[in-house]
Write a protein of this length. Structure first.
Length: 112
C-alpha cells in the first residue's frame, strides 16, 4: 500500500479546532443557547438570567468572542452579544468537507 495524498488546509483546520474547543464546554453551550434564543443580548442579562457570576460569564464570553463564535456591539456602556452564524456555518462546512475527503480516501484504500 502506497503513501496517500490527503490535502488539509491547515489554517481552516486550526480555526475549526479552536471553535470546536470553545464549543465543548457545557457552560459556554448554555450561554450560546441563551444568546441564540434572544438574538442580541446584553451581557448583564446573560449572567443575571442564567444566575452566573459576572466574572465567570465574562471569561466564557471572551473565549467565544476570541474564537469568532459571537460578535459584540456597544451601545453606550452596554455590550450586546450575538452569534456569528456565518462563522459557525463556515466551520461546519469545512468539517463536512474534511470528513467527506477522508471517506473518499478510505474508500480508495479499501478498493486497493
Amino acid at each position: 500500500m502506497g503513501k496517500q495524498n490527503v490535502s488539509i488546509n491547515g489554517t481552516n483546520l486550526k480555526v475549526s479546532s479552536e471553535i470546536l474547543r470553545a464549543l465543548c464546554h457545557p457552560l459556554r453551550m448554555k450561554i450560546l443557547k441563551f444568546i441564540d434564543a434572544n438574538d442580541d443580548i446584553n451581557v448583564n442579562k446573560i449572567y443575571n438570567t442564567l444566575e452566573l457570576e459576572q466574572s465567570i460569564t465574562s471569561q466564557h464570553l471572551r473565549i467565544l468572542r476570541n474564537s469568532g463564535i459571537v460578535d459584540t456591539r456597544r451601545e453606550g456602556k452596554f455590550i450586546f452579544y450575538h452569534i456569528n452564524y456565518q462563522k459557525v456555518g463556515d466551520v461546519v462546512d469545512y468539517i463536512r468537507g474534511f470528513l467527506k475527503e477522508e471517506e473518499e480516501q478510505e474508500a480508495k484504500r479499501a478498493k486497493v
